[in-house]
Design a protein around this ligand. Structure first.
Ligand code: PRP
Ligand code: URA
Ligand code: MG
Length: 220
């Protein structure tokens, strides 16, 4: 399984695998790619994923008049959203989200996987006060074992967000992580650009991209 949605639960939305998207992923997966190119192409993917995820936020009918005086029956956003980034790697999504939702509120959940056991530890969370009434774009590029994102979802639920309004947006996932997330939280939705073959023995997604946070922020 590589970037495909074959036999995945319906809560998993793998964005259309267009040639354009595959070309972007090819650049960031290539170990020879420079950091500038990695960031540039990752940012393009992030923007596509966020735009796709926004389709799950319900819209309301809106009638406008065009410059030629004709009526156009369209749609407009009817509900409030916010972003929540899983620090650190999820912060890479914040710029892309601000580009499509200018004054968006962005909460943060700081967690870190133990490098030896891959067990995540949560340090703190700072969320918008009214998050319970918003749709939440939970942003983390990697769903590997799924433990980090599950812990982040738990923090959102404690803050009163219903599972059905959690939209997890990731760049890479694998079946193990998807299953762990949906076993714990069957009503969240995962929007991702790639569902890869599996995990390496040290719990990195394979073929994957390596350590996303290190590559994006230049800390390798
Ligand atoms: C990475 C990634 C996820 C997590 C995924 O973060 O951003 O949060 O690992 O792994 P899991 O699904 O097995 O839990 P990491 O803890 O490496 O921190 P970083 O953002 O600083 O790279
Ligand atoms: N975190 C990463 O950055 N990459 C992986 O493959 C898994 C967790
Ligand atoms: Mg990391």
């Amino acid at each position: 399984m590589d970037g495909t949605s074959s036999s995945l639960p319906s809560e998993v939305d793998v964005v259309p695998q267009t040639p354009q998207l595959i070309a972007l992923y090819t650049v960031i997966r290539d170990r020879e790619t420079s950091r500038a190119d990695f960031v540039f192409h990752a940012d393009r993917i992030i923007r596509l994923l966020l735009e796709h995820a926004l389709n799950y936020v319900p819209l309301v009918p809106r009638r406008v008049t065009t410059p030629v005086g004709a009526v156009y029956d369209g749609l407009a956003y009817g509900e409030k959203i916010c972003g929540v980034s899983v620090v650190r790697a999820g912060e890479a999504f914040e710029h892309g989200l601000r580009q499509i939702a200018r004054s968006v509120r962005i909460g943060k959940i700081l967690m870190q996987r133990d490098e030896r056991t891959a067990e995540p530890r949560m340090y703190w969370a700072k969320l918008p006060n009214d998050i319970a009434s918003r749709w939440v774009l939970l942003m983390d590029p990697m769903v590997a074992t799924g433990r980090s994102v599950s812990m982040a979802v738990a923090a959102l639920l404690r803050a009163g967000v219903p599972q059905t309004r959690v939209l997890v947006v990731s760049m890479f996932a694998c079946r193990e992580g998807v299953e762990a997330l949906l076993r714990a939280y069957p009503h969240v939705r995962l929007v991702t650009g790639a569902v890869d073959a599996g995990l390496t023995p040290d719990k990195y997604i394979t073929p994957g991209v390596g350590d996303f946070g290190d590559l994006y922020f230049g800390t390798m």
